[in-house]
Design a protein around this ligand. Sequence first.
Ligand code: HPA
Ligand code: ZN
Length: 327
Amino acid sequence: SPVAAFVAALPKVELHLHLVGSASLDTVLALAHHHPDGGVPTEREALRRFYAFTDFPHFLNVYHRVNLLVTTAADVVTLLDGLAGELAARTVRYAEVQVTAVRNRMAGIAYPELAAALTDGRALARERHGVELGWIFDADATLGPEGAEETVDFALGYRPEGTVGIGLGGPEVGVRRADFAPAFDRARAAGLHSVPHAGETVGPDEVWAAVTALRAERIGHGIGAAADPRLLDHLAEHRVPLEVSPTSNLRTGAVTAIEEHPLPVLRAAGVPVTLATDDPGMFHTDLNAEYQLCHDVFGMTVPELAEIARDGARAAFCAPDLRERIL
Ligand code: HPA
Ligand code: ZN
């Protein structure tokens, strides 16, 4: 179709995807073979079924199990090589990758090796695939404020080339964004951007907390903001972009039906919206499919899809000359 051809050729950025969640089925199958006791299926169809999530906590549980298969620096480079290849195939020129460094450390990768692997993988992405990568080191809310402090220690202590931000993922139920303010303050004081997830599975309160307590410059998901017109005005006025991942939200049960996804509400309120895949390997999606979905489900036109791509480039923490080339 003309829309598919347009999207396939459109230069894009992708601002919200997780390193381990980006691993292709083939890559995860290979890792599962290396770690047969890891509780992750070694057969393709079984792995597909393993990725059928009953709800958000189930998704996080599966995510952590796959994370534990990534045990070496070489595994990290393999993931980045595969990811960069997938991005290049979708004409993504720049991506910000969320790396949950503490979880990688818990899986057995020492911090110096992790930092070196990210640097090697980033060079490889550029040289082999023509894709520029930035890093967002995301704390896992499950590991509490101490985990966030350790995340900031890693980000500031090693600061691998391409480091742009500090993030916060994991559950929002029973964990308050505001509790992570000290770690975010320290990261911001050192020049990192604040890019937490908020309002993925809960309502506007946590998005407000991300904006006020964590000084979020962009927000992962943020779809819970749709219920609060005052918050939408705030995000629109202060130009705080939301990284929206419709397929992710459907697969984790954050929305119950794709037709009910609030993306059109967010855009109608003037909030900058960028499209992202979140965990493309686990949600069976890619960035072109997210653009296509916006046309198919929400009736977005080619000029509107182009605007989404431009909003993404403006929201990216990349070098200005790269942004200009994408715009
Ligand atoms: N939300 C929270 N935690 C995550 C996600 C997400 O979208 N993806 C991987 N870990
Ligand atoms: Zn995410």
